[in-house]
Design a protein around this ligand. Structure first.
Ligand code: OGA
Ligand code: NI
Length: 338
């Protein structure tokens, strides 16, 4: 077997039938008890409903209580969602050499194919997944760096990411309404740099020992996730318990990122979440991360701060935030707080 086959879990897990020691989580991190009772379910919000003010209220409430919600009737067509998922599955099914080649055009290194995490060498324990990531429009120039295989990749993913950009603005506008922020608050550099992150979690011979992604908060403004219709995997940590995010056909899962937690001065929750593996079916998930430009200042908005509510977080550029996030991982919160 060549070394690339040995590197990516999608490839070697087909021929190895046990979990290598470097993927075994310490006992306290292993997936244990989870709950999926309806009283603790992640809220589902219908964007097709007619009462606009009510939708804004529901989004605000879900973002304050859970930091997570699902949206249905969101305006992105089922055909486009299916086409996108299928093209990403086809990408992940290509031979490892092609996946690496297709992600080697970007001089800035933002288009890449990697295994476990971007921090592979520093990770104490590996994640059971392979990942494709790249920047997204608005800048048309970045499309030059995207994969050209499968042949329709650029055409489909361009359409998909444009629609997700529109949906992202709609969600942020509704959140602005709820928070009392100017409708255009997120129209500029705070949302200038979106990225796509496509994970592939192959079946795992012993899901009780491993994780697809360890507990984390997203370093984004918001994240809009398309998860596999039939395969469970995503879980949210709330009040000391893990809650399953039930897959709903044609829905998107939306979560508040740490950046929006800071901007809202802690009113909205950048909730912790993780991904578990399973032994029978592979799972593909497509995350659209809304990121600012590197120079953007991330700090509590003036509207969210007053005599009773002092700023809880330090001000820093997104570039600084990202360096901290990369170096401190899960322990970043201490760096952010005043
Ligand atoms: C992430 C993430 C969830 C999933 O990419 O940050 O949490 O279901 N993904 O893959
Ligand atoms: Ni995440």
């Amino acid at each position: 077997m060549d070394t690339l086959d040995n590197m990516f879990v999608s490839n070697w897990s087909n021929v190895h039938f046990s979990v290598p020691p470097s993927y075994v989580q310490p006992i306290e991190n292993r997936p244990g008890k989870v709950i999926s009772s309806s009283s603790k379910a992640i809220p589902v919000i219908d964007f097709g409903a007619h009462d606009h003010d009510d939708i804004a209220k529901q989004i605000l409430k879900a973002s304050e209580e859970f930091g997570f919600f699902q949206v249905i009737n969101h305006g992105v067509s089922k055909d486009l969602m299916d086409e996108a998922v299928n093209i990403f599955k086809e990408f992940h099914a290509m031979p490892p050499k092609e996946k690496v080649n297709e992600c080697s055009r970007d001089p800035n290194g933002r288009c890449k194919f990697y295994t476990s995490s971007e921090n592979y060498k520093k990770d104490a324990v590996q994640n059971w997944k392979d990942t494709l990531t790249h920047s997204c429009p608005p800048s048309e120039q970045v499309i030059e760096y995207w994969p050209q295989k499968p042949p329709k990749y650029r055409e489909i993913v361009r359409k998909y990411t444009q629609e997700l950009g529109t949906l992202g603005f709609k969600i942020l506008e509704l959140l602005c309404e709820g928070l009392g922020l100017n409708q255009e608050y997120f129209c500029g550099e705070l949302t200038e740099n979106p990225a796509l992150i496509v994970h592939h979690y192959p079946p795992c011979p012993n899901p009780s020992l491993t994780l697809g992604v360890v507990k984390h908060r997203d370093p984004s403004i918001i994240t809009i996730l398309l998860q596999d219709e039939k395969v469970h995997g995503l879980q949210v940590f709330k009040d000391g318990e893990w809650i399953v995010v039930e897959p709903i056909p044609n829905a998107f899962v939306v979560n508040i990122g740490l950046l929006l937690q800071i901007i809202s001065n802690g009113r909205l929750i950048g909730a912790e979440h993780r991904v578990v593996t399973n032994s029978s079916t592979s799972r593909t998930s497509v995350a659209y991360f809304i990121y600012p430009s590197c120079e953007s200042i991330i700090e509590p908005s003036n509207n969210m701060v007053n005599e009773n509510d002092a700023p809880r977080y330090k001000s820093m550029t997104f570039g600084e935030f990202r360096r901290n996030f990369f170096n401190k991982g899960a322990n970043i919160e201490a760096e952010l707080l005043y």
